[in-house]
Design a protein around this ligand. Structure first.
Ligand code: NDP
Length: 297
């Protein structure tokens, strides 16, 4: 029987424990605060930010939301980030990406003070992650690690293949898997659009992570029997639904499920974990900045 990895259930447990951390912080006189900044009129970005704010409310984190006109000068965004960097009630800052073309994403990432960079994208935090001294693990890779741990799926000695080398998923996840640390110690291969004979790589994986953003392009024939399949992809494809689309992963679920030992669905796999780990990083940031100790899950 293939095990269906239930991201909603694991994320829900983590959120409960984070709510306890929030109580401990409150007892110490600290209300953790997360600022989200949206400079976009993309409906998907708007939805993501709203969900993050809703998640904050549910666990007792003070959500602060700032919207900036996408046509405004870049300075307006940088001034906002400076203000939030200086605000002691804000412990975490998240600028929803992508930002408009006239704003340099690289500069946005560097403008957020590393102590409040709960996405973990600032070069200082990337460096610390690579060095095995992570301050904030980026939310999606951290969520993947937690999912595997929740299902006792051992990474030590495993052949892990990650399809995708983005700065937010593929690269940081590979860096976590190669650490000499719990949920690490894996032999890790990163594949991308220039990889030759992708199938030879994917079919050697004990744990296959798909993070390419290409709908359902990995099917059962590309997998090793019994492999664990973690599908990070979230893709909208046209469908005869009320909204006119449905969400699918990078993995063709039905055929992959026949071959895999364990698999994440889309939706309901990695997505809820990403959201939970943002809350995790926010309470971690609040604890670090105020000295009120918490026990993170
Ligand atoms: P990017 O577009 O930044 O990166 C995609 C990566 O996949 C690139 O490295 C690219 O290679 C590689 N790739 C693309 N096509 C192929 C192919 N045919 N064969 C092999 N490699 C390929 O995407 P993200 O990392 O930001 O996101 C990946 C997916 O994960 C998306 O569907 C996104 O929506 C989803 N996502 C889901 C999250 C969640 O919480 N569930 C969170 C974040 C993202 P190259 O570098 O050579 O171009």
């Amino acid at each position: 029987m293939t095990e269906i990895i239930d991201g909603n259930a694991v994320a829900s447990e983590i959120r409960t424990e984070i709510a306890d951390c929030v109580k401990t912080l409150e007892d110490g006189g600290v209300t953790p605060g997360l600022a989200t900044v949206l400079m976009s009129d993309d409906p998907a970005s708007d939805t993501y930010v709203s969900m993050k704010q809703q998640d904050c409310e549910e666990v007792g984190i003070n959500g602060i939301h700032v919207e900036i006109d996408p046509d405004a000068p870049a300075e307006e965004l940088f001034d906002t980030i400076d203000r939030l960097n200086d605000d002691p009630e804000v412990h975490g800052i998240l600028v929803q990406l992508p930002v408009p073309d006239h704003v340099a994403k690289r500069d946005v990432i560097r403008a957020i003070t590393p102590e409040k960079d709960v996405d973990g994208f600032h070069p200082e935090n990337v460096g610390r992650l690579v060095a095995g001294d992570a301050r904030f693990k980026p939310c999606t890779p951290h969520g993947v690690q937690k999912l595997l741990a929740a299902y006792d799926i051992e990474t030590e000695g495993a052949d892990v293949v990650i399809v995708g080398r983005s700065d937010i998923v593929g690269k940081p996840l590979a860096n976590l898997f190669v650490q000499k640390a719990p949920q690490g110690n894996a032999t890790t291969t990163i594949c991308h659009s220039r990889t030759e004979d992708l199938e030879a790589k994917t079919s050697s994986a004990d744990i296959l992570v798909a993070a390419a953003g290409v709908p359902e392009f990995i099917d059962g024939s590309m997998l090793q029997s019994g492999a664990t399949v973690i599908d990070v992809g979230v893709n909208r494809v046209d469908a005869d639904t009320e909204k006119g689309y449905k969400l699918v992963g990078d993995v063709e679920y039905e055929s992959a499920k026949e071959i895999a030992g364990a698999i994440t669905p889309v939706p309901g796999g990695v997505g809820p974990m990403t959201r939970a780990m943002l809350l995790y990083n926010t309470v971690a940031a609040a604890s670090e900045q105020t000295g009120v100790e918490i026990e993170l899950p």
